[in-house]
Design a protein around this ligand. Structure first.
Ligand code: ZN
Length: 250
């Protein structure tokens, strides 16, 4: 059904996949800038989702930040979909060398991928801002960890060792990306023979900038909507990423 893509997958041995929010929507994780996230943000807090998920809002309105974050950005029951499973299979086959993702849900690792560069961090990792102790997702979701003597807030998770605030290891707006993650992503793209870009409109920083490091043979774009890079790609599929990759690999 997708013969041109199947041919490319067959002849490639160093595939890199670059993915965005569209990869996880088929797992029931909406883009936080989508309708519901937008509604919640503007209706409840009178701000845009991007404002709420920003460093300054986090610092100035921590309780509201965590309330919004837990309600709109955490999906503990989400499972990998066909896109994740197909990419994991490509890595097992020795064809895929890295995944670079803008998503923070950890679903690629859950599907079995080992080499994943998470540009925006992961909701599964959290750390105390004072003593740096690491915590899982369950810890910050447990209301028992979200109360502290003398504090009225009910949504902020506190460190059980030192009482500091436990924050997600997620890159907020106004915060910079991790240099080592960027370097790893650039290096993987530079060595790739095929770059598959999926589920992203390629307008969010640093997606577009990273693409320029690709010197390989095949640039494939799989996205429901048109992207500014469609004209530069060797193959463009305006379809759901899970359907396409699932049909080709699984
Ligand atoms: Zn601590």
């Amino acid at each position: 059904m997708y013969e041109p893509l199947q041919r490319i997958l067959e002849e490639s041995s160093r595939i890199v996949f670059f993915g965005g929010a569209g990869v996880s929507t088929e797992s029931g994780i909406p883009d936080f800038r989508s309708e519901n996230g937008l509604y919640q943000a503007t209706h409840v807090y009178g701000r845009s989702p991007e404002e709420i998920v920003s460093h300054s809002f986090f610092c100035g309105h921590m309780d509201d930040f965590f309330a919004y974050y837990k309600n709109n950005m955490i999906f503990p029951n989400a499972k990998p979909n066909k896109a994740h499973l197909a990419l994991a299979e490509l890595e097992r086959m020795g064809k895929l060398t890295a995944i670079i993702t803008q998503n923070i849900d950890g679903l690629h690792q859950m599907a079995g991928n080992q080499s994943v560069f998470e540009l925006h961090g992961s909701v599964l990792r959290n750390y105390c801002m004072d003593c740096k102790t690491g915590y899982g997702l369950d810890y910050i979701l447990d209301p028992a960890h979200c109360t502290a003597p003398g504090r009225e807030e009910k949504n902020i998770p506190f460190c059980e060792k030192c009482g500091g605030v436990v924050r997600p290891d997620v890159v907020l707006y106004q915060e910079s990306l991790d240099d080592s993650v960027i370097e790893g992503a650039v290096s993987a793209i530079e060595k790739a023979d095929t770059l598959i870009v999926g589920g992203t409109s390629l307008v969010v920083y640093p997606a577009a900038g990273l693409l320029q490091y690709f010197q390989g043979k095949h640039l494939v774009l799989i996205n429901r909507a048109v992207t500014p890079y469609d004209g530069k790609a060797d193959l463009v599929l305006h379809e759901a990423i899970g359907e396409v990759l699932g049909a080709c690999v699984l």
